[in-house]
Design a protein around this ligand. Sequence first.
Ligand SMILES: [Zn+2]
Length: 78
Amino acid sequence: MDHDVFGSHDEFGADLDHSEQISCPYCGESCELPIDLVGGSSQEYVHDCEVCCRPWVVHVRLDGEGYASVSVTTLDNE
Ligand SMILES: [Zn+2]
């Protein structure tokens, strides 16, 4: 179980393990999507929903300050 009794380690800087809460465009369940903050300022990749296993197209944009904006669309919309 990931019960983090020691509190968040985010406050110590070095936040390379970022994740965003995303609602699945297919089944509507919210899932935690890990974001690769060192993978480039503009990323696009396919990630399968953990609940319904259908493919999301994930668009990630990072600004210079490590801020991520994430949007998820379905493959059919492309
Ligand atoms: Zn889903």
